[in-house]
Write a protein that binds this ligand. Structure first.
Ligand code: AMP
Length: 286
C-alpha cells in the first residue's frame, strides 16, 4: 500500500516571515524561483534542489514588472492550490507566495539593470523584461539568502542574465542550471502551453524541430552562422500555424551577440508567435 510521509510545508506570504524562516532553516538552502502553474520542468528544478540541499524553498510569484503587456499578465495561467499540493508531494519545505504589494510596495523605485545583455534577443521584443527579472530575482535572493538557486535552460537568455547578475553583484548564490524538460514530441514544457488550441499544440513542436535542424547541421560540421539561422528559419516558415517569427539566433553564449562563425559555445534560439502564445526555445551548441 502506498504510504504518504507526513511533511510539513510552510506557505508564507510576507518578506519578514520568509526571511526569518530561511535564517532558521537547516543549511544549505536551495531556492527555485517560479511564476507558478507548475509542470514537470519546474519539478525537475525542485528535484535537484531537494537532492542538493537540506532546505528547499520555492517562490511562486507572477512578477508584473517583467510583463510588457497588461493582458498577457492578466491572462497568465495561475493555479495556487494545485501548485501547493504538487510542492507538498515533492518534499518542499518553504513556499513563498507574496502579493504584488509585498514585493512592490508604494514608492518602490530601485531597479537592477543588467546592461547590454538585456537588450538582445528577448529584450528587443520585450523591452524592460530582464530589468523586471533581474530586480525580482535580486529581491528574492535578499529575502531568502539561499545558498543555491535553480533555473531552467528553457529560458536561455535568462540563464545568461542571472549568472551575470549573481557574479556582478556578488550575490553569494550558486546558480544551478537544469536542462529543458520537453513533451514527447519535443515541445519545451511551459505554463503557457495550455493556452494553445489543439491544432496549435500539434504544430508547436516546430520550434524545437527548427532548432534541431540547425543543431544537426552544426554536428555535420557547418559553422556558418547565417546558414544555421536560415535552416531553422525555413522550418519555422514552413509551418502555417506560426503567425510570426520574432527571431532565429545563433549567438555567442556569453555576450549573446550573433556569430558569423560558430567557434566556441553558442546558443541557437528562436521565438515565434502561435495564436496567443509566444513560443521560445533554445539548444546549446557545445
Ligand atoms: P517560470 O515559472 O516559467 O518563470 O519558470 C520558472 C523556472 O522554471 C525558470 O528557471 C524556468 O527556466 C524553469 N523552467 C520552465 N520551463 C522549463 C522546462 N520546460 N524545463 C526546464 N526548466 C523550465
Amino acid at each position: 500500500m502506498a504510504q504518504t510521509i507526513p511533511h510539513n510545508m510552510r506557505v508564507i506570504s510576507t518578506n519578514k516571515e520568509m526571511s526569518q524562516a530561511c535564517r532558521e532553516a537547516l543549511k544549505p538552502v536551495g531556492l527555485v524561483p517560479t511564476m507558478g502553474a507548475l509542470h514537470p520542468g519546474h519539478l525537475s528544478l525542485v528535484g535537484q534542489a531537494r537532492a542538493d540541499n537540506l532546505t528547499v524553498a520555492v517562490s511562486i510569484f507572477v512578477n508584473p514588472t517583467q510583463f510588457g503587456d497588461k493582458k498577457d499578465l492578466q491572462g497568465y495561467p495561475r493555479d495556487m492550490e494545485g501548485d501547493i499540493n504538487l510542492l507538498r508531494q515533492h518534499g518542499v519545505d518553504l513556499v513563498y507566495a507574496p502579493k504584488v504589494e509585498e514585493v512592490y510596495p508604494d514608492g518602490f523605485d530601485t531597479w537592477v539593470d543588467v546592461g547590454p545583455l538585456a537588450d538582445k534577443l528577448e529584450g528587443l521584443h520585450r523591452p524592460g523584461h530582464f530589468r523586471g527579472v533581474a530586480t525580482v530575482v535580486s529581491k528574492l535572493f535578499n529575502v531568502m539568502r539561499p545558498d543555491r538557486a535553480y533555473f531552467g535552460q528553457k529560458d536561455g537568455q535568462q540563464v545568461v542574465v542571472i549568472q551575470k547578475l549573481a557574479r556582478d553583484l556578488d550575490m553569494g548564490v550558486e546558480v544551478v542550471i537544469m536542462p529543458t524538460i520537453r513533451e514527447l514530441d519535443g515541445l519545451a514544457m511551459s505554463s503557457r502551453n495550455v493556452q494553445l488550441t489543439p491544432e496549435q499544440r500539434q504544430a508547436a513542436p516546430v520550434v524545437h524541430s527548427a532548432l534541431c535542424q540547425a543543431y544537426l547541421l552544426w554536428t555535420d560540421g557547418e559553422r556558418d552562422g547565417d546558414k544555421l539561422r536560415q535552416a531553422a528559419q525555413e522550418i519555422l516558415r514552413s509551418e502555417s500555424m506560426v503567425d510570426s517569427i520574432d527571431y532565429v539566433s545563433v549567438a555567442n553564449i556569453s555576450t549573446l551577440d550573433e556569430v558569423e562563425r560558430v567557434e566556441g559555445r553558442a546558443m541557437v534560439s528562436a521565438a515565434a508567435h502561435m495564436g496567443p502564445v509566444r513560443l521560445i526555445d533554445n539548444l546549446v551548441l557545445e
